[in-house]
Design a binder for this molecule. Structure first.
Ligand code: ATP
Ligand code: MG
Length: 250
């Protein structure tokens, strides 16, 4: 079998006295959605930040397509094909959609930004992902929360990432926007990306994910195939009323 698109082995991360992650393993494969769930402070965002090059682990290993990496920055992770979308999105409200999608890496014609090429490419990526934004010259500030989320995901995909990390992508979205974001996640998966999504919305997790990894107090409490588990079991692992079974991987 192919190496997982992403693999964490024994990741430990401390902040002073706080152990955010302790011996965390994780695997995500191409063409699957892995949900990471857990209570507040369980370590979910720390996992995402470690994979995306924001945190360097104290120990343990990050592998992409079987190759070990030591990311020093998000740019390192992006170069390895890891694209992250964070809850605050990091979009610039007063700039338009196309500019936001190319922030930090504008296409150039000689000394100038290739504005037309940029707009064309932004349009192509949005259409490809069936994102409904009428005009790539629209300022981000004019878009709905759901549209912004989609632009942020499209921006992450534009860089060619095949490992896509989403930390609470639907926390601020309404019902319809959440459904649209879920569709976008499915499209990413169907195109062969490994998608890792952090969410407190267990309903969404049940609908969207292929596997669920439960974090508790910085450790892996369990990993299950979504089809083979129940809300009760997942909640039990989250709260600790069910014993953790580190080592068993679905
Ligand atoms: N930069 C940091 N400095 C100090 N402690 C941190 C830092 N980042 C995370 N922690 C601590 O590590 C633990 C895990 O935090 P993390 O943000 O990963 O949790 P989470 O599962 O994402 O929680 P939430 O559901 O509230 O977003 C917490 O105890 C948190 O206080
Ligand atoms: Mg978090």
């Amino acid at each position: 079998m192919d190496a997982p698109a992403l693999q964490l082995k024994g990741i430990t991360k401390t902040f002073g006295q706080v152990t955010a992650l302790s011996e965390v393993d994780l695997e995500a494969h191409r063409g699957e959605v892995l949900a990471v769930v857990g209570d507040n402070g369980a370590g979910k965002s720390s996992v995402i930040r470690t994979i995306s090059g924001i945190h360097r682990p104290d120990s343990g290993e990050v592998r992409v397509d079987g190759v070990p990496y030591d990311f020093h920055s998000p740019a390192d992770a992006r170069r390895a094909g890891v694209a992250a979308v964070f809850q605050d999105l990091a979009l610039v409200e007063v700039l338009d959609v196309a500019t936001n999608m190319f922030l930090g890496d504008f296409p150039r014609r000689g000394p100038f930004v290739d504005r037309r090429g940029m707009e064309r490419e932004a349009r192509r990526v949005l259409d490809d992902l069936a994102v409904t934004v009428a005009d790539v010259r629209t300022e981000i500030g004019m878009l709905s929360g759901g549209q912004r989320q989609m632009v942020a995901i499209a921006r992450a995909m534009r860089s060619g990432g095949h490992v896509v990390l989403l930390d609470e992508p639907t926390a601020a979205l309404g019902v319809r926007e959440t459904a649209q974001a879920a569709d976008l996640v499915r499209r990413l998966r169907d195109r062969g990306a490994a998608v890792i999504i952090v969410s407190h919305d267990l309903e969404l997790v049940a609908q969207l994910s292929d596997r669920v990894q439960v974090m508790r107090l910085g450790r892996v409490a369990g990993v299950r195939r979504t089809a083979d588990t129940s809300r009760d079991e997942v909640v039990g692992l989250i709260t600790g009323s069910l014993a953790a079974d580190r080592g068993r991987v679905a």
